[in-house]
Design a protein around this ligand. Structure first.
Ligand code: NI
Ligand code: MN
Length: 228
């Protein structure tokens, strides 16, 4: 069984039978996060989708404390390496296996500047395979037709984590279409309500995806969903 716990915004903790991975650990500064960076003791991997502060978040602090391997694009992997973290560089379309599972980076249409305004390569989505379960975390992105290709080449996907907040990423209408393209067994919305710019009602997304015959569930900060 794989347990996915939402920590607000785009931060997900993925717990397999023997390994734990964190994606986009933005906790400090997020009033909606249910935990702070200090709660993580044992962690095997940290995956960062792109350089923006609401995705790199507390990554350096958590990586240093736990010794978790940071997996991201080449530029972000170097950024963490320069700060004394252990990292592994990937880039779009490439994947690699790790003790905790397999990570592949997909395209995402967005930006990826770092905290100091430096360029941190291309933004990405992620297909994480852990204990045989395949999870697509779309990162920050607009809608794109190649989501169909991501599903075809990496699927069937057990879960899709999609941004729905509009303004910086897909809004609800486009994210509903993305859920259709990706066609995962369950779709869960993220990247909404954290800031005034992305104040949307996730229930509208859930209802529209469900109305299309697919399963979508709302998982609040601190709540989990289990892939059985
Ligand atoms: Ni972003
Ligand atoms: Mn973001």
């Amino acid at each position: 069984m794989v347990k996915m716990t939402f920590h607000g915004h785009s931060c997900w903790e993925i717990q397999g039978s023997s390994h734990r991975v964190l994606i986009d650990p933005f906790l400090t500064g997020n009033e909606l996060a249910d935990v702070g960076p200090g709660v993580f003791d044992k962690l095997d991997g940290i995956i960062i989708t792109h350089g923006h502060g609401d995705h790199i978040g507390d990554g350096v602090e958590i990586a240093k404390k736990t010794g978790a391997l940071v997996v991201s694009n080449f530029e972000i992997a170097n950024y963490f390496g320069e700060k004394g973290c252990t990292s592994h560089p990937l880039h779009i379309g490439g994947g690699a296996g790790f003790p905790f599972g397999h990570v592949k980076l997909t395209i995402a249409h967005h930006g990826s500047t770092g905290p100091g305004g430096e360029s941190l390569g291309s933004p990405a989505g992620v297909v994480l395979t852990i204990d045989g379960k395949k999870i697509y975390h779309a990162g920050d992105t607009g809608l794109f037709l190649d989501m169909k290709l991501i599903a075809e080449m990496n699927g069937p996907l057990d879960a899709a984590l999609l941004p729905i907040g509009d303004n910086f990423t897909m809004g609800i209408a486009d994210a509903v279409k993305a859920a259709e393209f990706v066609d995962a067994k369950v779709t869960i919305p993220m990247h909404y309500k954290t800031f005034p710019y992305i104040e949307v009602d996730p229930n509208e997304f859930i209802e529209k995806v469900n109305a299309g015959g697919r399963k979508a569930v709302l998982i609040g900060p601190g709540e989990s969903y289990e892939l059985a």
